[in-house]
Ligand binder design. Structure first.
Ligand code: SAM
Ligand code: SF4
Length: 338
């Protein structure tokens, strides 16, 4: 039998988050600085052929789920054809995508037809003016973007996607939106998930005390929506703890990378748009695949690099820190893929 990707603690790695671009049509305050981040050049980005080859190798090593991300994945030209070729190759049991939703009004139906099963849509505020502030486009134009993001969410539902909403609550910025967003799970069959803000890229926000721990968020939602029923934990590698409010169609989830470390269950690898495999979001460690790929490496050599990445997955937060995690380090989230 061919090799599979095993990490410390007897974990089998089955999930790849693949960033297809570092570019984005927004400048979310917690994700990148207002001026954006230096763009990778066209040649630095892996081509679709290169991505497909790595996807094939990863699948052969036991990866079962692929999530396309960015930057904003929907801004990369040719994405639909790439998704079709992934689907036709039959490499993954689950093919999903994370997006800010702005291009879904035009693209949702085509994404469905191309083979995407699940969509995670980032939405940090239902208030257009606050949304505009948060995505770094204050004023009328930004408010129009808020309406587009909402239309994108509706388009995802209309196309029949399994849909999740992701929100990063920031103290003093959008903490007042938490209940309004959580209430979407009452009306729509979607999971609304709150992700603790991570000290990546925007160290300044972090230092101003932006971080809101899950415990505090949970208390706010329970206060405003009544008692929440904790749903039985399912797949241990799923990062969200899920709850249901009475009569709700969807669940409310909390992802707690800081207050509730789930390193020991993490089953994912990340591939950046410029071809680096990241064993862990919280460390600066990267294994370069692009160099060897372009220098003519054979499949066996590339497979060995996947195995090296698996071997570097930390089993705990403490270990991740020892491997080089520090507030404000390395890449911004937009250049990792979340
Ligand atoms: N542009 C797409 C989007 O916004 O969904 C995909 C890429 S984005 C980097 C992926 C996810 O990372 C988003 O849900 C975003 O909210 C999250 N994210 C970005 N910066 C973050 C941070 N500092 N802490 C926690 N989550 C963050
Ligand atoms: Fe772009 Fe997504 Fe980062 Fe917002 S969170 S700036 S949409 S990559």
């Amino acid at each position: 039998m061919s090799a599979i990707l095993m990490a410390a603690g007897g974990r089998r790695l089955t999930y790849l988050r693949m960033s297809v671009t570092d570019r984005c049509n927004l400048r979310c305050r917690y994700c990148m600085p207002p001026e954006g981040v230096p763009k990778l050049s066209h040649e630095d980005i892996l081509t679709y052929e290169e991505l497909l080859r790595l996807a094939r190798l990863g699948s052969g090593l036991g990866l079962r789920k692929l999530r396309l991300t960015g930057g904003e994945p929907l801004v990369r030209r040719g994405l639909l054809d790439f998704i079709k070729s992934l689907g036709e190759a039959g490499l993954f049991q689950e093919l999903c995508l994370t997006t800010n939703g702005l291009m879904l009004p035009e693209m949702a139906a085509d994404l469905k037809a191309a083979g995407i099963k699940g969509l995670n849509i980032s939405l940090d505020s239902l208030d257009p003016a606050l949304y505009a502030e948060m995505v770094g486009r204050p004023g009328r134009a930004g408010e129009e973007l808020a309406r587009r993001a909402w239309a994108g969410f509706q388009a995802a539902l209309a196309a029949g996607f399994s849909t999740k909403i992701n929100c990063v609550p920031i103290r003093g910025v959008n903490d007042g939106q938490v209940t309004a967003l959580a209430r979407l799970a009452l009306e729509y069959p979607v999971d609304v998930r709150f992700i603790e803000h991570m000290p990546i890229g925007r160290g300044d926000l972090w230092r101003r005390g932006a971080y809101l721990p899950t415990e505090e968020l949970l208390a706010v939602v329970a206060r405003d929506m009544g008692p929440l029923e904790a749903l039985p934990p399912g797949d241990p590698s799923a990062p969200a703890r899920l709850y249901r409010a009475r009569g709700a169609l969807g669940a409310i989830g909390f992802i707690s990378p800081l207050s509730g470390h789930f390193c020991g269950h993490c089953n994912r690898l990340r591939l950046t748009a410029d071809g680096k495999l990241k064993p862990c979001l919280l460390t600066d460690q990267e294994i370069d695949l692009r160099g060897p790929l372009r220098a003519g490496a054979g499949d066996e050599d590339l497979r060995a690099l996947f195995l090296v990445a698996a071997g570097h997955k930390p089993v705990s937060h403490l270990e991740a820190r020892a491997e080089g995690a520090a507030p404000g380090y390395g890449r911004e989230m937009s250049r990792i893929g979340g």
